[in-house]
Design a protein around this ligand. Structure first.
Ligand SMILES: *[C@@H]1O[C@H](CO)[C@@H](O)[C@H](O)[C@H]1NC(C)=O
Ligand SMILES: *[C@@H]1O[C@H](CO)[C@@H](O)[C@H](O)[C@H]1NC(C)=O
Length: 987
């Protein structure tokens, strides 16, 4: 404790002396408040971060590398973020998957983070590393390893049992981070310690834990600044270098995507200044960019709609109003909870309704976001801006009496005193627009705009940023009511792109010392007017529909006025000098070689591209192919490109030759469970004690995921005619019970029940002295997560709390259990510890390619089972997909009402889908290229657990292409898919 206090006091003392509190210059290089820093590449002051002395807005998107086990696909995701204007990517680590067995770290190919970090560097993105140890992240145990459930005492506390448990992990991961810091030529610029260390089960923020963990990370070699991610602006964990927090303003009810129940996070600035001791850049380590969806939920397209382009406009611009300078969107690409990565609150897809879908296609909101990232990237004045203190009545005054608009004004502390007037609706959830005029405080006096005879329109669910005294390169914009997308100097012209929605009327004024060559270059007659007065040029224009643009030229400035749709599909390429490409689904990158502009990108259909590049460019290539390049007006080039989207032949899954085997021999008389673990513990380190003497918690015996099987051996007293039990598996879990191989009953599961009590009549009353085996097959939906620290939630047992018989009490011989073969000493090192569960088929490796099923019977999952049980199906098919295209594919089920069954999908041995017919909502399971072999043979296996008495079958099963582009990142290397080999100890 003493140490904590002295460090804090020292840091506070230094903070007072820090140059950060002197007048900031745009390119000074302060050390932030930490004068002990051993590196000078990443620094900060109260306004922003600096990298190598240059201020920047850190615009980051969250990606979880472990949710995509195909390493060569990361570059695609990262290039798409780069093309959207992000300059950083933030990643959670997953302790649980690399140290599944305590003390043994397995960085096998699919979980190695190095390829991801290398790809980030290649794509030109910085990395914010968020190692945890706890990450939450809707993953099993919140990222804690399963063995942690046996480590006694509260976790995320200075409890020695816990700190000893995390230290090897911090050493391993800390060393990886240190090696990949920007100081060593890597991409990592910030390290987040802990995660949402904000709510405490015991009510205590454990400063000693914070200090020790921070020190452990530093001792592992980390020198870049540390940050925290407070779950709200609560002032927790302030001993890090830069305080950060998170915000999910609309929550997670995707089932009502039109309903905005809460306001944009309003004006954090004052709260921040009053609560946070060390004033670093305002940093939002997680800002809502979608929502997770749970079992029985609305589906991710609904989440993408709830947190759609309108949300981005209103809520993100609200954040800029709080002068935020580090902003990480959660998630930018969600990925997949393949192989039991999920916690019980989510299902296989972790699409998150993000800008990039799970299958890596772009959502509409991708394009809206691009408008904002590009604007911030060219607006250095924003980086040193702070908000005005404005009362509501003053806001109404500035808005010339208009009510119900919330106005925030940011003013740059330097140079021209650039101002950003941000307007949004007070009644944010309504669908009305408001017309208004506004008084802008400019360098030539207060001006009420528009001066022309019209009003501005704040559309429903919109927010606009008006500019005052903004320098776009050499051009001084006195004001603009239309929003700025970007400005770029190409050759001797300065191109400024303004945008708005069709039919909106706008006004912009520019300082023009000498006005020569003032002209409109539009060929069509269009609606715009201008005045020149006292060396001020004022232009009035309406935003055109149908992609028509205004081009207004004065001096060296070329003003381009686009509608939102056109602006958002305009790509800004960082060639030297830059290039502007209007049109296209995705332009990833560009390079200039002599007279050639080489574009790489993805196109879904025949597309016209208009290109502005340096004069020397005469010829455009697209994805390496020469394209007919025509000059258009005013230096633009024009190309038309028709992508090659060949048809490919897909197998009809339902018509393939399927083999079938029984995957529940455990209920037969002859089954030998002698190799199973005997549940002989009578003590559990778990705080939640069972009601019966024997401990029937799977994690106590090393099984932490997938299906769990229990066999209770009893000798009847005579007269037992009923069995009851309290079983826990997490939300949406289910189970089935047999007595000596005779079906007893099942619990189908629902979305709210994680622990269920059943009471069944036994098929036949037991006779005294008879031996009986009660077999329970239960689902395990993952270990719990709970962002509240110092709780035991992640240890919530999976198994049986209590059970008993009606009629009489038999004598217990013992309980046995199994999960995946080997438990924590799992066999399939390549596919990782969570990929296999406890089904007989999985223990035998039947899901793996190369298993010889020639002596199996024929049978398809569409025929299914006529009785309760588990069947396992295998087939193979070939794919032959040419290179140069990206066709994501999914395996799809269809729902059959009233049928209770669970089914899992295995592609080349990887479990890539968990389907619960009666709960849903997911029916379409994306299988990435690299798991699916696009050029050769694939092994597909399906498990079918029929719960109800009459059995079950699949209604349909299809392989479908989700979208087609020419493009992609080139060759995708298949993830390791080792073939089946004899499992000697399998049972
Ligand atoms: C740490 O673990 C030991 C051994 O399991 C146990 O006796 C002790 O109570 C634990 N400490 C705490 C603080 O829970
Ligand atoms: C998380 O823990 C807190 C404190 O114990 C509890 O109140 C809350 O219900 C838990 N949340 C979940 C989802 O389990």
């Amino acid at each position: 404790m003493l140490a904590t206090l002295s460090i804090t006091a020292l840091q506070l003392a230094l903070a007072v002396l820090s140059p950060a509190f002197a007048v900031a210059s745009r390119e000074q290089q302060p050390l932030g408040v930490d004068h002990t820093a051993t590196q000078k590449r990443v620094t900060w002051d109260e306004h922003s971060l600096f990298i190598d002395g240059k201020r920047l807005f850190v615009f980051s998107g969250e990606v979880h590398p472990w949710r995509n086990p195909v390493q060569s696909l990361h570059l695609d995701v990262l290039q798409k973020l780069k093309a959207a204007g992000f300059n950083a990517v933030s990643i959670y680590f997953h302790w649980g998957v690399v140290e599944y067995e305590r003390g043994v770290f397995r960085w096998n190919e699919i979980f190695d983070l190095q390829p991801f970090l290398d790809a980030a560097k290649e794509a030109g993105l910085y990395v914010i590393a968020r190692p945890g140890p706890y990450v939450n992240a809707e993953t099993t145990g919140g990222g804690f390893p399963g063995w942690g459930t046996r480590v006694e005492g509260l976790w995320r506390k200075s409890n020695k049992n816990y700190t000893e448990a995390y230290k090897p992990f911090v050493r391993e991961f800390g060393a990886l981070i240190a090696k990949n810091e920007i100081t060593k030529g890597g991409p990592i610029i910030l390290v987040q310690v802990e995660n949402e260390y904000s709510g405490f089960g015991d009510g205590i923020e454990d400063f000693e834990y914070e200090w020790e963990l921070l020190q452990d990370f530093k001792d592992s070699g980390i020198t870049v600044p540390t940050v925290c991610d407070d779950a709200w602006l609560g002032g927790h964990f302030q001993s890090v270098d830069i305080y950060g927090w998170n915000s999910y303003p609309l929550g997670f009810d995707c089932s009502h995507p039109e309903v905005w129940h809460s306001a944009p996070p309003d004006y954090f600035y004052n709260l921040y200044n009053s609560r946070i001791r060390k004033h670093g850049p305002k940093s939002i380590l997680e800002l809502q960019a979608g929502g997770f969806d749970g079992w029985g939920g609305a589906g991710y397209d609904a989440c993408g709609k709830l947190i759609g382009p309108e949300f981005e406009r209103v809520f993100y611009k609200g954040m800029y109003g709080s002068a935020v300078k580090v902003m990480n969107l959660y998630m930018a690409f969600g990925g997949t909870n393949w192989g039991q990565l999920a916690e019980p609150g989510v299902y296989t897809s972790y699409d998150y309704g993000s800008i990039l879908r799970e299958d890596r296609r772009l959502r509409d909101k991708y394009y809206e976001l691009k408008l904002q990232t590009q604007f911030l990237a060219v607006s250095p004045a924003y980086l040193t801006s702070t908000p005005w203190q404005l009362t509501e009545s003053r806001q109404i005054e500035i808005l010339k009496g208009t009510r119900n608009i919330v106005l925030t004004v940011l003013e740059d502390t330097l140079d021209l005193h650039t101002k950003f007037y941000i307007v949004r609706h007070k009644y944010f959830s309504k669908f009305d627009s408001i017309n208004y005029r506004i008084e802008l405080k400019t360098s030539i006096g207060a001006i009420t705009v528009p001066k022309a005879d019209h009003t501005l329109e704040l559309q429903a669910r919109d927010s606009n940023i008006l500019l005052v005294d903004y320098k776009a390169g050499e051009t001084h914009i006195i004001y603009s009511t239309a929003e700025l997308y970007t400005w770029k100097e190409i050759d001797c012209f300065n191109y400024i792109i303004l945008y708005g929605d069709p039919n909106e009327k706008h006004e912009a004024a520019f300082k023009v010392s000498e006005l020569k060559d003032f002209s409109s270059l539009d060929t069509e007659e269009v609606e715009w007017t201008y005045q020149i007065d006292n060396a001020i040029l004022t232009v009035n224009f309406a935003i055109l529909e149908d992609g028509d643009t205004h081009t207004i030229k004065f001096g060296n400035t070329v003003l381009l006025v686009f509608c939102r749709e056109v602006a958002s599909k305009t790509w800004i390429m960082d060639t030297n000098p830059p290039a502007i490409v209007k049109g296209g689904y995705l332009i990833r990158s560009a390079s200039i070689e002599g007279s050639h502009l080489n574009l790489k990108g993805d196109l879904t259909q025949a597309t016209r591209l208009h290109i502005l590049a340096t004069k020397s460019v005469k010829q455009v290539t697209f994805n390496g192919k020469d394209v007919d390049t025509q000059p258009a007006t005013d230096g633009w080039l024009y190309v038309m490109y028709t992508p090659e989207l060949p048809d490919i032949k897909l197998p009809e899954l339902s018509k393939l030759d399927w083999k079938r085997a029984d995957s529940l021999p455990e209920i037969t008389d002859s089954y030998d469970d002698s190799k199973w673990v005997t549940a002989s513990n009578t003590y559990t380190p778990n705080r939640e004690k069972p009601a019966v003497k024997e401990v029937l918690y799977a994690s106590d015996y090393g099984f932490h995921s997938g299906n769990i099987l229990w066999r209770g051996h009893f000798t009847a007293s005579g007269g037992e005619d009923g069995f009851w039990a309290v079983v826990q598996g997490g939300q949406a879990f289910g189970y089935s019970i047999w007595d000596n191989g005779v079906y007893v009953g099942f619990w189908e599961g629902d979305v709210t029940t994680g622990r269920h009590r059943c009471n069944f009549k036994l098929p036949k009353s037991w006779e005294s002295g008879e031996d009986h085996i009660i077999t329970i097959l239960q689902d395990h939906m993952g270990l719990e997560e709970n962002w509240t620290a110092a709780t035991e939630h992640f240890k919530a047992p999976r198994g049986i709390f209590d059970y008993g018989f009606n009629g009489a009490s038999p004598k217990l011989v013992h309980w046995k259990l199994t999960g995946n073969l080997g438990g924590e000493k799992y066999l399939d090192i390549e596919r990782g510890p969570l990929n296999e569960g406890g089904l007989y088929a999985e223990r035998q490796g039947w899901h793996l390619p190369g298993f010889d099923d020639s002596d199996w019977k024929e049978g398809s999952p569409l025929d299914g089972l006529k009785e309760p049980g588990v069947a396992f199906y295998r087939t193979t098919f070939n794919l032959d997909v040419p290179s140069g295209i990206d066709y994501p594919m999914a395996i799809e089920y269809s729902n059959s009402t009233g049928s209770y069954y669970r089914s899992q999908i295995y592609v080349n041995g990887y479990q890539f889908g968990k389907y619960v017919n009666s709960i849903g909502p997911q029916k379409s399971f994306f299988i990435p290229q690299g798991i699916l072999n696009y050029n050769g043979k694939n092994t597909l296996a399906i498990s079918l657990w029929a719960m109800q008495g009459e059995g079950a079958h699949l209604n349909s099963l299809d392989l479908r292409i989700l979208g087609k582009v020419e493009g992609g990142v080139g060759e995708i290397k298949n993830s390791p898919a080792p073939a089946w080999s004899e499992r000697k100890d399998a049972y």
